[in-house]
Design a binder for this molecule. Structure first.
Ligand code: NAD
Ligand code: UDP
Length: 344
């Protein structure tokens, strides 16, 4: 096997840190670039002693030059509370980040993969969503900075390939969960697990009849690596997600059951433009990547529950005896501090 030099932007985040670990284990040299907005050093601290791993603190809205063979472009906050915190910065990250990383790929002749999203389908009118569906996206809403940023990035990937011959790949990622999700992330799986483990109310937005299909992070990482290894003529986009669909209420009930929690379900207003249903059509991934998800929801949730349980217990046992809620406030303050340091 060839030892490749691989750059992962957003490498200290939830998905990125799993990808760093997997590619190092596969014998490659990994450069993890991150501005630590939503990523955390603790996600990658165990990799720092590996001589084939390097952390680069850098913001993708600025150009960067490094000699690599492959680039995975993941830099972008992914949870609604984080990407809506500074929407201009979010769209700049997607668009300028794509331009800078595509420019780098062109200059050093690297293969480049874009982490796109099921959000490019918006609130879909076609169900399940195949890659050929153009989507139903509001360009003027709270989610637009993320959805339209990712759509523009896809266009840039298409055009750098078409105009400059850059070897590009696009993966459209559906809802993914697992250990190392940010505890203050606000996404549904981490919220419900943290609430259930502390016997707090489970916050279901709307009636809970909206659906999502939840994929465990290991399945996603496998799909991304397989896509990167496809022949140059295959550029995607390709959906990577678990097609088993649940309502949000079903998810809440499952988390309560698996944690043996005394939590009650309460209902809160549905955020604007919250898609009512989402489920990937993974025919293309099966055909081209010979890929399908292996980890079903119960198994993946158990691993994720263990991660958050350990995290809460380690905080409880720390000298400060903090509960996770105060830790979550603290994480948020960290986030705000990092943001204030960033040039926007
Ligand atoms: P995450 O927030 O944990 O990771 C994103 C990482 O990007 C963080 O480490 C963050 O600090 C970094 N980052 C943000 N802005 C940056 C900038 N300007 N310069 C450098 N680094 C920056 O989110 P994640 O869930 O790991 O998502 C990773 C990628 O996958 C994102 O591009 C996201 O849009 C995409 N995605 C994720 C999901 C999911 O369910 N997790 C679904 C669809 C798409
Ligand atoms: N959601 C919820 N309670 C929460 C967090 C999220 O009911 O505490 C809902 C949210 O409204 C959405 C779904 O769960 O319908 C998935 O939300 P998430 O933010 O995880 O991902 P996305 O909306 O981007 O798919």
């Amino acid at each position: 096997m060839d030892k490749k030099r691989i750059l992962i932007t957003g490498g200290a985040g939830f998905v990125g840190s799993h990808l760093c670990e997997r590619l190092l284990n596969d014998g490659h040299e990994v450069y993890c670039m991150d501005n630590l907005f939503t990523g955390r050093k603790q996600n990658i601290v165990h990799l720092l002693s590996n001589p084939y791993f390097e952390f680069i603190r850098h913001d993708v809205i600025n150009p960067y030059l490094i000699e690599v063979d492959e680039i995975y472009n993941l830099a972008c906050p992914a949870s609604p509370i984080h990407y809506q915190y500074n929407p201009i910065k979010t769209i700049k990250t997607s668009v300028m980040g794509a331009i800078n990383m595509l420019g780098l790929a062109k200059r050093v002749n690297a293969k480049i993969l874009q982490a796109s999203t099921s959000e490019v389908y918006g609130n879909p009118l076609v169900h399940p969503q195949p890659e050929s569906y153009w989507g139903n996206v509001n360009p003027m809403g709270e989610r637009s900075c993320y959805d339209e940023g990712k759509r523009a990035a896809e266009t840039l990937f298409r055009d750098y390939n078409y105009q400059n011959g850059v070897n590009t790949k696009i993966v459209r990622i559906f809802n993914t969960y697992g250990p190392k999700m940010h505890p203050n992330d606000g996404r549904v799986v981490s919220n419900f697990i943290i609430q259930a483990l502390q016997n707090q109310d489970i916050t279901v937005y709307g009636k809970g009849d909206q659906t999502r299909s939840f994929q465990f992070v290991d399945d996603l990482v496998e799909g991304m690596i397989r896509l990167m290894d496809t022949p140059d003529s295959f550029r995607g986009p390709v959906n990577i997600g678990n097609p088993v669909e649940f309502t949000i209420l079903e998810l809440a009930q499952k988390v309560i059951e698996l944690t043996n929690s005394k939590s009650k379900i309460i209902y809160k207003p549905l955020p604007s433009d919250d898609p009512m249903m989402r489920k990937p059509d993974i025919t293309l991934a099966k055909q081209v990547l010979d890929w399908e998800p292996k980890v079903m929801l119960d198994e993946g949730l158990k691993k994720t529950i263990k991660y958050f349980d350990d995290l809460i217990n380690s905080k409880m046992n720390s000298h400060e005896e903090k509960d996770i809620s105060s830790r979550r406030r603290e994480v948020n303050e960290d986030t705000l501090r990092v943001l204030s340091e960033l040039e926007v």
